[in-house]
Write a protein that binds this ligand. Sequence first.
Ligand SMILES: Nc1nc2c(c(=O)[nH]1)N[C@H]1C(S)=C(S)[C@@H](COP(=O)(O)O)O[C@H]1N2
Ligand SMILES: [Mo]
Length: 363
Amino acid sequence: MSVPWGKRADMVVHECDPYNAEPPPAVLAEAAVTPVEAFYVRNHGPVPEVDPATWALDVDGLVDTPLRLGLTDLRERFDVVTVTSTLQCAGNRRAGLAGVRDVPGEDLWGPGATSTARWTGVRLGDVLDRAGVADGARHVVLEAPDVSDLADPPQAYAGSVPLEVARAGDVLLAWAMNDEALPAVHGAPVRVVVPGYVGARSVKWVRRVGVRAEPCDGFFQARSYRLLPADADPDGAGPGDGLPLGPVGVGSAVLDPQDGAEVTAGPLTVRGYALTGRDRSVARVDVSADGGASWHAARLAADGGPGLWRLWECDVEVAAGTHEILARAWDSAATLQPERPEPLWNPKGYVNHSWPRITVHAT
Ligand SMILES: Nc1nc2c(c(=O)[nH]1)N[C@H]1C(S)=C(S)[C@@H](COP(=O)(O)O)O[C@H]1N2
Ligand SMILES: [Mo]
């Protein structure tokens, strides 16, 4: 069987159609910039075929001058910039919430629905400035052509971000990923990248940027990707129920060793990532190898700025026997990620930022 979309053969595939897959945790830990072949994929419908030669981006709504821009217009009429940033799906680590209570109808993602790339393109803010944002504008709606049967009624994918986020210098319309042409499965010819925001707003195959007074009223903004109260019926949720998901909360994951691994007794290096929202950065990570009785400060990779994960590692000692390894991260707002998954449980299984816990058996 050939491997779809040029991905690694060992991807953990949650769904084949639409393709949804994450890399094995230890693979993610290997590189600060995730190779394209390992980068997670989250699709809500079939990958659309978009011809780059005829593709155009419409910029309209509350603007002084509506624009229609082709790929050449973007490349030639705007500054081209490269930003390294992390995407994290709101469903990342949902498996940990399903351990608290069933999350019916949703894929049980591990910690691999988080990946980092070097994105090249133009600033969405520069394009908005060219169009001229009119009075009353508050939100920027991002529309794509891929139609999802999961939506009620079935509809094209769309989302929105507040205007001030869309105007930030690190929010891109990107056509390259790790210095290669953006692959079809990641949104070619052009996608949006919103660092430090739930991945759902980084709209792939973008074809319209609509400047509006209100957020997007489509299914994936108004009814899905919202944090519902634990007792809500997700199928009965109306437009605007719950809290819209936007900035990423502080969180971390253990990537290596893997949960349940057999390890050699003695020194053990534990590795993982930590990430937080777009106005913050990761400040500290602690690791425990005795179920939380004692903690050690992890070595953090350099702080590359907001919206970029920090990989970390920590050397611990494990005697022969079974051990519970935990991690906990703080961000620059001195916020500690939440300890337990129980109070975080929500009907769609979003944003599980509880302390990662794995078990290892040392011999
Ligand atoms: N057009 C479109 N954009 C989309 C999606 C989608 O299904 N269609 N999925 C979103 C979600 S939920 C996430 S987490 C990211 C995943 O980006 P990736 O597949 O490049 O990793 O894309 C977002 N953009
Ligand atoms: Mo997502």
